[in-house]
Design a protein around this ligand. Sequence first.
Ligand code: FA5
Length: 345
Amino acid sequence: MKEQLHELKEQVMLKIKESNTVKELNDVRVAYLGKKGPITDLLKGMGKLPAEERPKMGALVNEIRESVTEILEERKVLLEQQAIQEQLENESIDVTLPGRPVELGNHHPLTRVVEEIEDFFISMGYEIAEGPEVEKDYYNFEALNLPKGHPARDMQDSFYITEDILLRTHTSPVQARTMEAKDGAAIKIICPGKVYRRDSDDATHSHQFTQIEGLVVGENIRMSDLKGTLDLLAKKLFGAEREIRLRPSFFPFTEPSVEMDISCFKCGGSGCNVCKRTGWIEILGAGMVHPNVLEMAGYNPEEVTGFAFGMGPERIAMLKYGVEDIRHFYTNDIRFISQFHRTEA
Ligand code: FA5
């Protein structure tokens, strides 16, 4: 049995030496030291030995088991180190390789135009006001001099939720809400936000789009103030050479009402495809706040006056960046958005 044991030890040592991976080594450990291995068998067979030999043999088996375990551990540490070494060699970094370009994000063109307009008005002392997109019919229409059944309501096809609640069709309800809340005090605000209309989507119309409304109320606010403000805005957005012209128009909440055109930034006024050969491009609607609107919000139209204007930033961004279809702003096509990477506003 002694010889058998020594032979077994030699065998295990050889197998350990021949193992080249931690897994192979583990297989050897299980095969020789495991419950079904030969050492366990030998220990089990000790009962058949004469009593005086048992302690000696027991000690020998234990000794062999301990030394095999020790060698196994040493080999394991060595193999693990080798594996790490190999991995490091395979993973070595070639510092001479050129770097991979990192794609930087950038602002959406619509966000850019909105922020540019906001910055302009903030620099002129305006505050930003916001209001709900799910709005009461009262603020969206009635408080703006558009009572129920008024034919001009048809100018803005609406998504009604109940008879008295709808998705706001313009940002003008924020003007009505602000006037009501200010309780007769002077106002200088712009209201950017999303609006909704039952318009069929096409190259220049969307059922959801953005607007920026402006409102100034106070003593002695005149049409010339409106014109001067809009003139500066046009120059800021489209260049210092831009001229503006105000054409008579109609909005129920302003009187008089105007639409503002800018001189065409492409042809300078001589006529081209951008301005449809007219030399002028329509940008926004505006006017002096209607006395009825002031009165409904608690102001005395004999004492204060105001001007208001409203524009669609999508249309402005389309003109500024030469975008031919409004739907590009909403489809999140990275090929579209990435074109604006280095274009400075
Ligand atoms: C208004 O909504 C008025 N509230 C603007 C106003 C405010 C006038 C204060 C006077 C005083 P209008 O319906 O024209 O007006 O819309 C304003 C702008 O929204 C348009 O010039 C256009 O740029 C944009 N717009 C209108 N409908 C759509 C649409 N379906 N898709 C994209 N933009 C639109």
